[in-house]
Design a protein around this ligand. Structure first.
Ligand code: CP
Length: 316
């Protein structure tokens, strides 16, 4: 595995990755979990490399974990504050990308509110580009860290039944997870009101439920989604109170899942909207904190694999 090359220049989405490529990332990330739990967390694999985080949307987990991932591998890491950059003066995405490209970056992590913006940018630069979330399109490293979390708890992905619940239509996390879980042989159920389901849901290889209790019946994993008010134009739900009543995860609805079913949420959580604190903080069932830990390891694995394709890699 240590000599393996990743056959893609960028990581723009899970769509298009095969099971072997996904497994290779997860296997490598497993090793980085051990490194991150040791006292000496730092390696020099990416010594001399430069990673830039370019986030046009807010982030806590993704931006911080990419920064940690880069630093733990020995790279120089720069976090660009777009509101304090020339973007705020009207510089375009492409001009911003070309400007950064002239500084000889090795890896660029981009989050952008428009679906497809990260791919467009990747066509203008020489470095490896990682999609940190584009609109409601994809968030590949979130799906990879979710998969690593599930695999470490259940020992496999194939054959599991995973319920993805809530605001599916606006969720890049849901889309990337659907691609990944389908590719790895898991069964995916989508649960939510009709107003929050994508129009093309019947072509996504999933089973759809509008009754949460029926949808959770016998599942292995319950993955909750945040209600994304910032992407909603119009009224998608009648009220928070009614939404929580029908689609919020609480102890009573969770009882429909398998007794050893685990609870996940990509964060940030809206407590009392899509998830009750009682289940979110259940140390026996909730993997939400562990998802954050796996995020650093998965992002280290992605940076490791993608920079193997760039010439002049520093010997370890
Ligand atoms: N899950 C996720 O992407 O969280 P952030 O928005 O905090 O990065």
């Amino acid at each position: 595995m240590t000599d393996q090359r990743f056959p893609h220049r960028h990581l723009l989405g899970i769509q298009g990755l095969g099971p072997q490529e996904i497994t290779a990332i997860l296997d490598l990330a497993d090793g980085y979990v051990d490194q991150n739990r040791s006292i000496d967390k730092r390696k020099s694999l990416l010594r001399g490399r430069t990673l830039v985080n370019l986030f046009f949307e807010n982030s806590t987990r993704t931006r911080t974990s990419f920064e940690l991932a880069g630093k733990r591998l020995g790279a120089d890491v720069i976090n660009m504050q777009t509101q304090a950059s020339s973007v705020a003066k009207g510089e375009t995405l492409i001009d911003t990308a070309m400007t950064l490209n002239a500084m000889h970056l090795d890896a660029l992590v981009v989050r952008h509110p428009d679906s497809g913006a990260v791919k467009l940018l990747s066509e203008k630069v020489n470095c490896a580009v990682i999609n940190g979330g584009d609109g409601s399109h994809e968030h590949p490293t979130q799906a990879l860290l979710d998969a690593l979390t599930i695999r470490r708890h259940k020992g496999r992905l194939a054959g599991l039944t995973v319920a993805i619940c809530g605001d599916v239509v606006h969720s890049r996390v849901a889309r990337s997870n659907i691609y990944l879980l389908n590719t790895m042989g898991a069964q995916v159920r989508l649960i939510g009101p009709k107003t929050l389901m994508p129009t093309a849901v019947d072509r996504m290889g999933v089973d759809v439920y509008h009754d949460m209790r029926k949808g959770l019946d016998g599942v292995d994993v319950v993955m909750m989604l945040r209600i994304q008010n910032e992407r909603m134009k119009g009224n998608f739900i009648p009220s928070i109170r009614e939404y929580f009543h029908f689609f919020g995860l609480d102890r009573e609805k969770l009882a429909m899942a398998k007794p050893d079913a685990v609870i996940m949420h990509p964060g940030p959580m809206n407590r009392g909207v899509e998830i009750d604190s009682d289940v979110a903080d259940d140390v026996e069932r909730s993997l939400i904190r562990e998802q954050v830990e796996m995020g650093v390891a998965v992002r280290m694995a992605c940076l490791d694999l993608l920079t193997r394709n760039i010439p002049n890699q520093v010997a370890v």
